[in-house]
Design a protein around this ligand. Sequence first.
Ligand code: FAD
Length: 558
Amino acid sequence: MAKEDTCEVLIAGGGPCGLMLAIELGRRGVDTCLVDEKPDTAFNPQANATQARTMEYYRRLGFAAEVRFAGLPSDYPTDIAYFTRFATYELARFRLPSARQAHSRATPLASGWSAAELPHRISQKYVERILRKHAEAAGAAINFGWRLIDFTDSGDGVEAAVEAVDGSACRRVRAAYLVGADGPRSFVRNRLGLRYTGATGIARDFMGGRMYAIYLRCPHFYEVASHPRAWMHVTYNRDRRAFMAAVDGSGEFAFHTQLRDHEDESLITNSDAHTMFERAVGRPIRAELLSRCSWTAGHSLVAEHFGRGRALLAGDAAHLFTPAGGLGYNTAVEDAVNLGWKLAHVVKGNAPATLLDSYEIERQALARRNTAYARALADSLAYMPAPITLEDATKEGEEARRDAGRHLHAHARKEFSIPGITLGGRYDDSPIVVSDGTSPPPDAMNQYEATACPGGRPPHVWLAEDVSLFDRFGLDWTLLRLGPCAPDATPFRTVAAAFGLKLRIVAVPGHTVRDLYERDLVLIRPDQMVAWRGDSADAADVVLAKATGRTNALGDSD
Ligand SMILES: Cc1cc2nc3c(=O)[nH]c(=O)nc-3n(C[C@H](O)[C@H](O)[C@H](O)COP(=O)(O)OP(=O)(O)OC[C@H]3O[C@@H](n4cnc5c(N)ncnc54)[C@H](O)[C@@H]3O)c2cc1C
């Protein structure tokens, strides 16, 4: 391990959640140590969809473009295409832009998209490498090959034991806080005695039950399945349903298929796995199997608490999704962004430990919302048995394929265009949000309505070609002074200085942003959520005290 014995925050788990948290903490000068039992970042790609909100967070840290241009070639289309089998009938196609098109489309000229970043299709393995690089650059000690094996919370700190996976060493680490970003089987969650609650064991024709993942190299795929290129390929037939994401655009794929009830994954041979893939293709094809494993779809689970005392949970350790909609990793990254600034404020003495109570209140509600949306999306795709004639070269077969195509196209629009889910998440019941008595628009999966109503994401505005209002926000707090008559911000500046908070004041004198935000002053949190809005700075002390957990919901001092 690079650092010894003490740190301010110890993170168990170097998946996207742990690595993003290490960046958030490291950038704020928090002495952070991360351990992960794998030898390096993930080899076996899982997530393939990075949502616009996550891209926005990467942009805030300065590496969105790096993520945008990693993975698939920049001109590779990111279509979602449905087939009876990959090389036979194409049923439906939902067209989505390549990385290059996405980069140029989210500009002031693009109509109707309310963010500086569009979603991005990229294997998690590329994202994790980039996150690791930036976590190290932020000063966090990143230790792959080390496992957390024990910890105790003494009330004023956490004493943990970590061991080298090769058995060569064992160390004790003392930290102010421990974060278990250690995935679905979380050692930290289990050790705290916290259960997942919600639905599990949901059986569906597809995406419900045991799934088999085969990571493979198959450059011939594009000749054998000669349809236009797609990022996500989905089969729909009566035999065995499957989905497969293009990983590098030149022959690497992540293939996932549903196991039948009687199939025992421990008995599946390389030859069996190859047959599963070949049957999904529908033509003879050679492929090199790089790795394979089973996993379970059909979870919709949220931990009963997101931590206890000085040990906190984030990412899959705190919630587990069925991958429909591509929300697990994205929700995990948001956890890290939410927790990062709060932990940094607490360990640096800029906010009381009670600020951390808001982490569970805000993120648990969000996790319940997002797991429910993912479940609805999986239901929409799964409860649809294929008709007998679907693969027949007959008139009936043609009709069945046309009907299936209509349903699948409608489904694709529902699953792969979800700004309502990804940009519309809110913290309305949070004790650190200062309500102004207004109500937000209704929550909807596929529609996002921009609003500066406190508790949600601030509305996006382009200020100039390629300059987003969000680009002007600070890493920590931002006070927007909007319109030609915005009041003096001195009270906020004075209180922030007294609390030790970094506050950036951003003036936007024109009417456009003022009209959209509906107030002269708007306080933006470090995680780019609206904490408060108003027309006078007189209550700056009350507002900042509440937003940093110094006062409870009634405004009384704790
Ligand atoms: C097939 C599939 C497709 C998916 N597609 C998407 C998608 O498109 N979009 C999306 O948002 N999500 C998707 N997901 C979900 C996504 O992969 C996960 O939600 C995401 O990896 C969670 O990140 P995490 O950092 O919380 O946990 P993980 O990625 O599980 O990382 C946890 C880390 O903790 C480490 N660890 C565990 N125990 C210890 C210990 N005791 N000590 C040290 N280290 C430990 C592990 O080695 C691991 O690296 C998909 C999942 C699957 C299965």
